[in-house]
Design a protein around this ligand. Sequence first.
Ligand code: UGA
Length: 429
Amino acid sequence: MGLVTGAALADFGLNVHCIDSDAQKIETLSSGTVPFYETGLEELVNCNLRNGRLTFSTDLEAAVRASRTVFIAVGTPDLPDGTPDLSQVDAVVAALAECMDDYKVVVTKSTVPVGTARRIQRLLREKQGRPVRFDVVSNPEFLREGSAVEDFMRPNRVVIGADSEKAVAIVKEIYRPLTLNETPFVITSLETAELIKYACNAFLATRVSFINEMANLCENVGADVHHVARAMGLDDRIGPRFLQPGPGFGGSCFPKDLVALARTGRQLDAPQRLAETVIEINQRQRDRVFSRIEGELGGLKRKKIGILGLAFKPNTDDIRGAPAIHICRRLLEAGAVIQAYDPAAMPNTRRVLNDRNLVLCPDAYAAADGVDALWIATEWKEFRNIDLPQIKSAMQAPVLFDSRNVFDPEKVRALGFRYFGTGRPGPLP
Ligand code: UGA
């Protein structure tokens, strides 16, 4: 998110210094290489490196002195108890306080619990060597992995939380190019801006869990969840997005943000029961996929299972919180042998699942070779075009679990597969 913000703001015509304490990362980025998979990002970085508006360095002090606005985009991972770890935010704020030489606007882009902006104000005041004026702004980011550049360049809205008009004007000016396509700005308080981010992610996650539960019901009554979702989505009040059923949501945001929101609610005596339930529903959705594979194969010991897709969603190599990884781990623990293929996420998978019973394959056909069942875990576009007869002839038994409903059940069954989609009528007996 930090890199997308930096590169996109440079593209807006600003001079941007991207700072990280990891010298290796800075060296890689300075040479124009983006060390992860994100559509369009490397081109954007290189274009702005060439025109000189984007630089990478480990020298925080020089960058702070050269800038009026500082965006904080460090990670806020989960601690074991589910609270967001703010140590990277605190470290950056302490370093900032020491080198602030003139008025600065300090903007939090990272998703941080309500009250963090106030805490940053306090920390900056306490840690400053000599008093320098500053304002803190909360400017949450809503981009999605896989379409991050596009989302940043064409957001539905920009949220600016602040208690200083001057700071609002400065941040609005930064985003001025977006006014050309009439992007709405929501100007509000620090706390409200911080909460908006959690509200959005929790609401979207709730929609996904809603449709997943509906899908489970559809399976039991022989209904089709896609028709339910389509008809729901055609209602203007509901809209069509985030109603795609699957094996449960993953990623580094929804699961973490729900836990953080639920915790904040408990601490502040405003329980977020819906968020708490969504966490549970999502876990159950994963369990359901596992149990279905286990049940259908009559146990998992020494069963050979192919998995297509490991990333938490298509167009990314990110496997954080991915249902595929969670379920793959459980399948391995239960004694299965896995042959998996993902167009981008295999190196990351190998880092977290170094099991000799997990074989990473060069393509979908190799992953299907000799397996007792094939599971589509992530809906990469290329899976839509695989040659199903060839897949079937490679498999030991033609059992297909299609968690993302990539295939047309009738066509796949006509080819002789025993096919299980999500929320669609089950196979004929
Ligand atoms: C999410 C939000 O969509 C962004 O707006 C937000 O900025 C970001 O979190 C963040 O807080 O940084 P992201 O995690 O990249 O973005 O991915 P999404 O596209 O939202 O998907 C999240 C998960 O939900 C994926 O596992 C996806 O497969 C699943 N999903 C999504 C469904 O199962 N069904 C759907 O209809 C939509």
